[in-house]
Structure formats: C-alpha cells, structure tokens
Design a protein around this ligand. Structure first.
Ligand code: PMP
Ligand code: GLN
Length: 382
C-alpha cells in the first residue's frame, strides 16, 4: 500500500479525482452523483443537527436507523430481522466490509472474490492476513464461469465475497449463479459476505438479495449503504445485517475501528429508507436513462461497450479506437479531450491484468448534459 518512495499510494479514485480537479476534465472516474438526493433526507440531517443530536450515538447505531433498515428489508425483500441483534450501522459499506473481513477471517484463510473487484476488498483481505482467490468475470457479459467458481471454493475457503449488482462491470448475477454460490458456501461451510450497495440501481428484474435464497440467510452477512440510494456518498452511513452470532463478531471489530459514527446523519438516512416505493423505483428508472445516454454516446464515439443491468457504471473496450492499454489511454485522456475514466486493471489482480487490459469504466451518475458533453469529447478521438 506504499509507493516506491515509501509514501502512501493514493487509491485510484483519489488519484483520478485529483487529476480532474487539476485539469478541469469531466470526471466519469470516481462514482459520485453531481446532484443532491431527496430534500426530505437533507432536511432530516439539518433538523437532527439543529436539535442537538451531535454527540456519540450508540455503537450499534441509532435505533431509528436500525428499525428503518429492518422495515426496508421486510418491505422490499420479505426478510425479517431483529433490529436490536441482527443489524449494525457502520461508517459506509467500506467499514462494514472491513470489519466483517477482519472479524471472520484468520490468517491464511482463503476468500473467493469475483474479479474485477472494488478496490477496498483486496486491501481489507490483506489486513486480515487472508488470501484472495479470484474468480474471473469475463467480457462481455461478466457472469462467472460456474466450473471456475467450483474449483475456487474448497474447504480452505472461509468466505465468498459477493458484489451484486457489481462494480465495476454493471453486471447483475443470474439466479443460477446466486444458487451455486449458496450451494458451494454450504458444502464448504463458508460464510457469504455480500455487498449490495447498488440494490436500488437496477433495471430489469428487481434486486434479489442472496440472503433470500434457500439455505443462505444463516451464513450470510449482507452489506449496504445510504451513499448510492440517497446520492450522499460523502455521508458514509452504511449497515450490515446477519444472524446474531455473526453480527456480534463484526461488532467486536467495529467498536474499535470507529466505535460509532454519523450521529445526525443516521436518522436522516432512516428518513430516506422510509420514503415511498415510488422514490426507489424512480431511482432505477432515472439511472437507466442516464446509463443509456452514456452507453449510446460511447458507442457513437466508436467504443464497444458491455450494457450494464445496474449500478453507476459502464465498461467500454477501447481497442476499436486502436488502443490496447487502457491505463495509458486513461492517463492521456484528461489532456487529450478533457474526460476521466478508470482503467479496469485498477480492479484486478496482477496475474489477470492482461485479460482486462483494454477496458475502461465510465460513471453514468452525472447530469445528462454532462454525459453528452463527455461522450462528444470522446468522439474526437476517432
Ligand atoms: N462497495 C462498492 C461495490 C462500492 O462501489 C462502494 C462505493 N462506491 C462501496 C462499497 C463503498 O461504499 P461506502 O461509500 O458506503 O463506504
Ligand atoms: N465506489 C466509488 C467508485 O467505485 C468510489 C469510492 C471511493 O472513492 N473509494 O467509483
């Protein structure tokens, strides 16, 4: 995690957002919206601050948020949870993931991870002293090969780390894939840790949490966050749900990572989780429309794309433009045409770098005119 001079290496997102600020390029790199979320949620935070909710909240989370998460899981997925024992609030999904991995892994344990993967996964697995075993998601549909998955999961596997809907590919796993994950976890007595932060950013079928599959709930730690659903990525309010014994294990780590977090923001996210159904369905429709503008624009600029089924992201292949090295392409892009994208190689293990070499991830969570401007700039590369 240090560079050759011994300095902390910035994450790919920090590096690219700094480049965007320096060059004035349109930032389709780091995934954050350029508009605020629902006014009810913003207003609830203001009023929580004004009413003095500014000291440490309970370590497990503010009861209102824990209850709102339980209601949300019941309303959308029919999952019943006890907010006192089966849910904790965290500093974003990131802390939930790190605390779960540190709590449940021992040095030398294997964790099966779908590659490409969100950047914090490898770092948290390394902190736990465990070993990441990648299962590739291949262009263009990014579904795992079930034979490869079966080979990867063994009696050394302590956890299968799922991210569905998936960053960076925009893929949504099929039910057959979800079933085989649950089956393999059960056969090898592994836990499933599932990152579902894009649960409401899907089009097509409604999101199906892996915890709802038969035999899954008792071994699954589910993680989500208010960042994406309420367009408040900077608030870092997340949550984790699991059977009580797993929650207790995670809490032992969480209480010394941050102890507690986001006192006035937790009730505001609770307010958001209680918004009417229409808010949530509109969120998916709206992101689909933006994603279509981005995808159509990338195709018009001569790139080939994998059409996502959800998330903020679209992966494009830049080889039709004559570029084989997406990392070099992305480094030159801000100066050349004023756009930022992330090379997919930032999300893979060095052994598999070659397979993803010409792929770039672009974010669609921006105003439509910004997306149009970005893709018309890319069209000048032809
Ligand atoms: N998991 C995935 C797949 C993500 O894309 C992100 C952030 N974009 C996170 C976790 C982190 O979420 P948070 O900001 O709530 O920590
Ligand atoms: N999750 C966001 C992305 O994938 C970035 C979050 C971060 O900067 N760590 O773009």
């Amino acid at each position: 995690l240090l560079d050759s001079a011994g300095a902390v290496a910035p994450t790919i997102f920090a590096e690219l957002s700094a480049r965007a600020a320096e060059t004035g390029a349109i930032n389709l790199g780091q995934g954050f919206p350029d508009e605020d979320g629902p006014t009810e949620v913003l207003e609830a935070a203001r009023s929580a601050i004004a009413s003095g909710r500014n000291q440490y909240p309970p370590g497990r989370g503010v009861p209102e948020l824990l209850e709102a998460v339980a209601e949300h899981q019941e309303r959308f997925y029919g999952i019943h949870l006890d907010p006192r024992t089966e849910i904790i609030a965290t500093a974003g999904a990131t802390e939930a993931l790190t605390a779960a991995l540190l709590a449940l892994l021992s040095p030398g344990d294997e964790v099966v991870v779908f590659e490409p993967f969100y950047d914090s996964y490898a770092a948290a697995i390394a902190l736990a002293g465990a070993r990441l075993v990648p299962v590739r998601l291949a262009w263009p549909d990014f579904q795992p090969d079930t034979a490869e998955l079966e080979r990867a999961v063994t009696n050394r596997t302590r956890a299968i780390l799922v991210n569905d809907p998936h960053n960076p590919t925009g893929a949504v796993f099929s039910d057959a894939v979800r079933r085989s994950i649950v089956d393999l976890a059960a056969r090898n007595d592994a836990v499933i840790i599932t990152d579902e932060v894009y649960e409401h950013l899907v089009w097509g079928a409604p999101h199906r949490p892996i915890a709802t599959l038969p035999g899954a709930a008792e071994r699954t730690v589910s993680i989500s966050s208010g960042g994406k659903t309420f367009s408040a990525t900077g608030w870092k309010i997340g949550w984790l749900t699991a059977p009580e014994d797993l929650v207790t294990a995670v809490l032992t780590v969480k209480q010394y990572l941050t102890y507690a977090n986001g006192s006035p923001l937790q009730p505001a996210i609770a307010r958001g989780l209680r918004l009417p159904d229409e808010f949530f369905s509109e969120l998916g429709r709206d992101m689909h429309a933006r994603s279509t503008v981005l995808g159509d624009g990338l195709e018009a600029a001569g790139l080939s794309i994998s059409r996502p089924a959800g998330t903020y992201f679209t992966v494009a292949d830049v080889s039709p433009l004559g570029h084989e090295d997406a990392a070099a392409f992305c480094r030159a892009l801000p100066e050349k045409v004023g756009v930022i994208g992330v090379p997919v190689s930032a999300f893979v293990t060095p052994e598999h770098d070659e397979e993803y070499r010409s792929l770039v991830r672009f974010a669609a969570c921006k105003k439509v005119d910004v997306l149009e401007q970005a893709t018309s700039r890319l069209a000048k590369l032809r």
